[in-house]
Design a protein around this ligand. Structure first.
Ligand code: UD1
Ligand code: CA
Length: 451
């Protein structure tokens, strides 16, 4: 199969500098969704017809291999758009036409289209209560005889409820023959791809049709309102899927997955969480409300409390994180670690049983087992030019309001007194403190002057 994806249109109603097909749905450009579905079909050729926005569209997909990009300089119609793709198409395979702004089309529906195409022509149609704006499917004795565009339709044709979705499958040799004969004598002076239907009928080629399981598969994005509607359709499906797999969602309407979320059984997700990139949850993981979680692996039994921001971390079993914790990339936590409120952890490895409960910054650090990090502890990892590591060995106790000036090491079993500014190694099992000793003097507190 050849797949041609039409994506040259501007999308005027988006009122945007960004070409329409690059607007994200569930964190991925509209065209990305179509390309992913296209790839599922294992086609021999994928060709995207682009135009508006110039090279911005191919550039956005520069990391995808094997896509042919056909430029349509001026948008003279859907037929003209497909003509731009012809040089790339394999003649002995059928050609599927998809739209870059119709993101939710399913592989299953394309398979159904393949079954009825029979090396001829098959169209995906839908029946709508309000068919205005669409090309109408004209049938005679139940056979499709042509598609007529809204602006060219007679009053009898305008009442037809069955419409063209734009998605069709055509034998490539036929497609080539028909496209060279396209004219633009119509209300819009455009080359209509849909005119090939009557050409096929004239040649005696039977035109098949199928309807999708859901109309949402064929809905296009022409405005930001429609974009938001398809976003909700997508999210609802993703939420349903998670629940079917054994995850409790406190409210499936208040969940956003912008990437891939995998969850083991008996996970629960409270409201207003956003998942980005690849997120994997083990079993019995619970996520509190209002968390943003991106590219994270969270192991069995871990609890993430409300308002956490977690990006690029690996979290072990039975940890408790938050509320209000921030875990940044290259952070790994072993089992039974507790990271509490207003604690930021970056590029750090924290071993089992360690706790940092309150108001700390742990950056570029390696922290052993059963360490207690007191409130207000800061690893001073940056000297203004370079980053340095802090090493804290097992069973260390760090008093509150301590600064560790990296590079520095705290040996096993050491205790750092509260308020210590550590600039040299703290030896094993000793108390290290660096603060002036306390004294008390008699004094007179200043008094307010009388006027
Ligand atoms: C087209 C169909 C119509 C169908 C409707 C479904 C034709 C003549 N009409 O109408 O029967 O009901 O889609 O939405 O095919 N595009 C290009 N280059 C162009 C013109 C369009 O790449 O020169 C792309 C657009 O970016 C879009 C798609 O083709 O992705 C459809 O274009 P659009 O202008 O929305 O088609 P309609 O006229 O609405
Ligand atoms: Ca359209």
């Amino acid at each position: 199969m050849n797949i041609v994806i039409l994506a040259a249109g501007q999308g005027k109603r988006m009122h945007s500098d960004l070409p329409k097909v690059l607007h994200p749905l569930a964190g991925k450009p509209l065209l990305g969704h179509v390309l992913d579905t296209a790839a599922l079909m294992n086609p021999e050729v994928i060709c995207v017809v682009y135009g508006y926005g110039g090279d911005a569209v191919p550039k956005a997909f520069a990391n995808r291999q094997g896509i042919h990009w056909a430029r349509q300089e001026t948008q003279l119609g859907t037929g003209h758009a497909v003509i731009q793709a012809l040089p790339f198409l394999k003649e002995d395979a059928d050609t599927l036409v998809l739209y870059g702004d119709v993101p939710l089309i399913k592989a299953k529906t394309i398979d159904a289209l393949k079954k009825v195409a029979n090396s001829g022509l098959a169209i995906l149609t839908v029946t709508l209560k309000d068919s205005s704006g669409y090309g109408r499917i004209v049938r005679k004795n139940s056979q499709i005889i042509k598609i007529v565009e809204q602006k060219d339709a007679s009053s009898e044709e305008l009442v037809i409820a069955e419409v063209n979705t734009g998605i069709m499958l055509v034998a490539t040799t036929k497609l080539k023959q028909w496209l060279v004969n396209l004219g633009s004598e119509n209300a819009q002076k455009e080359y209509y791809l849909t005119d090939i239907i009557s050409m096929a009928v004239e040649e005696g080629v039977r035109v098949g049709s199928v309807e999708p399981e859901s109309i949402t598969e064929t809905l296009g994005v022409n405005s930001r309102t429609q974009l938001s509607q398809l976003e909700r359709v997508f999210q609802k499906e993703a939420a349903e899927f998670l629940m079917e797999q054994g995850t409790t969602l406190f409210d499936p309407d208040r969940l956003d997955i912008r990437g891939c979320l995998q969850a083991g059984k008996d996970c629960s997700i409270d409201v207003n969480c956003v998942f980005e990139g690849n997120v994997v949850l083990g079993e019995h993981v619970s996520i509190g409300p209002n968390c943003v979680i991106k590219n994270v692996h969270i192991s069995d039994g871990t609890r993430i409390e409300a308002f956490c921001h977690i990006d690029g971390a690996q979290i072990g079993k039975r940890c408790s994180i938050g509320p209000y914790s921030r875990l940044r990339p290259a952070t790994t936590l072993a089992e039974d670690v507790h990271i509490g409120n207003f604690v930021e952890v970056k590029a750090s490895h924290i071993q089992a049983g360690t706790k940092a409960g309150h108001l700390s910054y742990l950056g570029d650090s390696t922290i052993g087992r059963n360490v207690n990090v007191g409130a207000g502890t800061i690893t001073c990892n940056f000297d203004g030019a370079n980053k340095h590591r802090t090493i804290i060995e097992d069973d260390v106790f760090i008093g509150s309001d301590t600064q560790l000036i990296a590079p520095v090491t705290v040996r096993r079993g050491a205790t750092l007194a509260a308020g210590t500014t550590l600039s040299k190694e703290a030896p094993e099992d000793m108390l290290t403190l660096s603060r002036v000793s306390q004294k008390s003097v008699r004094w007179q507190r200043p008094m307010k002057k009388k006027p």
